[in-house]
Design a binder for this molecule. Structure first.
Ligand code: PA5
Length: 477
């Protein structure tokens, strides 16, 4: 690994502190060391399963190799991003689910929180938007603030058959045609190498610039391939740093000894908690920059683990409901529930040892002690104190919580965090003996949508929908 020095990398190590899951701090509400040890062999088995199958496209585990196998792609992306920056005023990602949450997350994490409002000379790239819905109002409002002719559209879809993304594509295609713009000039696809509709469209247009969403990489594991890397590079994020961070976390997770492998330990903590009825996993970053990382994590955890069948075909209905919560904002909204409500949650704090800036709190209001005590501190001290205080209050109330500590937020530490969560999810799925990488449960809704919009081949599904009993008016009040 050549990313900076070994000392620097070690100083940027993301660490896991799970003291507040243990009986030492939670009394009889916490795990004993013996209880955790009882998971060691199951954890080691999950570790072996992931190790033996990593990189296998047929199992959708190609994502494990992304930190290592993209040298040429990264060079191409950096060159394309440079051209996009010099040519376009706007960059719009059209995608949904795994094709959108990663780009949103990295932009939020590593760019200025008001990036699009900055003057051009203070931004590293064009104005940036990720459109992951088909709310007509949102599309109208986007079109009010961009000029399609000056916009690079990155259409991200593995299948090219996702109604939401393809609807957006049809709209912008029409607008580009009306503006007399050759679609090849303003559109980049990120899609499957061989199959899918974007491939067909590209071939028909004589070749639209296309990046590959590799075969063995599912949407929610795709942030570290061109799905996430191109948008990140366009806004000036250090994508080599992201990949180096992921590789470093991979190295930290090289052992089957769960007490030395942060992703494996995190999986064990969550599974052990789930098996004690903690059906809700709260992801609570104390950083506005990490707010959408919680959204990304929620998809990863929910879609991967929410399954009704084991790998041996046994019925199971497993999973844990992930909930996003922002510190300190949600202290004033949800923490009451976390502290005094049902004992059904595990809270994961994402905490920063150092924020990107300090904001001194000036002295003032000297005659009002309730306010005056704040003067002379910094906002960094305040948010860190509130983070520590919330962890303390939860622990005192017997509520399981643990913390992932980032020395600071940068591309390298973000890359570590992403890879840690991906490995944690793979280990947890293996411990539950389920297929972590499919999502059959979202298909039924897609088919019903096709039927309602008259897609060919869905007549039977339409009949099924039409045969539902009439609504009981008494149930509509
Ligand atoms: O995680 C997933 O696989 C999904 O969220 C997909 O990313 C999402 O459904 C979009 O699919 P596609 O890339 O085919 O448009």
């Amino acid at each position: 690994m050549s990313y900076k020095t070994k000392e620097w990398r070690n100083s940027m190590r993301v660490t896991l502190d799970y003291n507040n899951m243990m009986d030492t701090f939670l009394g009889d509400k916490g795990f004993t060391q013996k209880k955790l040890s009882s998971y060691a062999s199951r954890a080691a088995k999950a570790f072996r399963y992931v190790k033996e199958n990593r990189g296998k496209d047929e199992l959708y585990m190609g994502w494990t190799e992304l930190p290592y196998n993209q040298k040429e792609i990264v060079a191409d992306i950096l060159e394309t991003a440079r051209k996009i920056r010099s040519k376009f005023q706007y960059f719009v990602v059209l995608g949904i689910g795994g094709s959108a949450l990663g780009p949103i997350m990295a932009f939020n994490a590593l760019c200025h929180l008001h990036y699009n409002d900055l003057p051009k000379n203070k931004r590293k790239g064009p104005k940036f938007y990720v459109e992951d819905n088909v709310d007509p109002v949102r599309m109208r409002d986007l079109l009010d603030v961009i000029d399609p002719a000056k916009t690079c559209f990155n259409v991200v879809s593995k299948s090219g058959a996702t109604s939401e993304t393809m609807t957006q594509y049809l709209i912008i295609l029409d607008l580009l045609k009306k503006a007399g713009v050759n679609v090849k000039e303003n559109v980049i696809f990120t899609t499957d190498a061989n199959k899918g509709n974007l491939k067909k469209i590209s071939d028909e247009c004589g070749g639209i610039k296309s990046y590959i969403l590799p075969d063995g990489v599912g949407g929610r594991f795709s942030q570290l391939c061109p799905v996430g890397l191109l948008p990140a590079a366009v806004v000036g994020i250090d994508i080599k740093g992201l990949l180096a961070g992921a590789a470093y976390m991979d190295y930290l997770c090289h052992t089957p000894t769960m007490r030395k492998n942060p992703a494996l330990m995190s999986a064990v903590l969550q599974i052990a908690a789930m098996e004690e009825g903690k059906n809700v996993g709260v992801m609570m970053p104390y950083s506005d920059n990490l707010k959408t990382l919680a959204d990304w994590y929620c998809q990863l955890w929910a879609e991967s683990l929410g399954k009704n069948e084991t790998l041996d075909g046994q019925p199971c209905n497993v999973g844990q409901t992930p909930v996003k919560s922002l510190g300190v904002t949600d202290q004033h909204s949800q923490v009451q529930l976390y502290t005094e409500g049902p004992f059904d949650k595990v809270v994961t704090f994402l905490s920063l040892k150092k924020y990107a800036c300090e904001m001194p709190i000036p002295h003032g209001c000297e005659n009002i002690p309730d306010v005056a005590f704040l003067g002379g501190h910094t906002m960094e001290e305040l948010i860190q104190a509130e983070n520590a205080a919330t962890a303390y209050a939860l622990t005192k109330a017997g509520r399981m919580n643990y913390t992932l500590w980032l020395p600071e937020l940068n591309a390298f530490t973000l890359g570590q965090l992403l890879f840690l969560f991906e490995m944690q999810t793979a280990y947890a799925g293996a411990m539950l003996n389920i297929n972590t990488f499919n999502q059959p449960g979202v298909e039924e809704g897609k088919k019903a949508t096709f039927a309602l919009l008259g897609k060919a081949g869905y007549a039977e599904k339409k009949k099924e929908l039409d045969s539902l009993p009439a609504k009981d008016e008494n149930c509509i009040i």
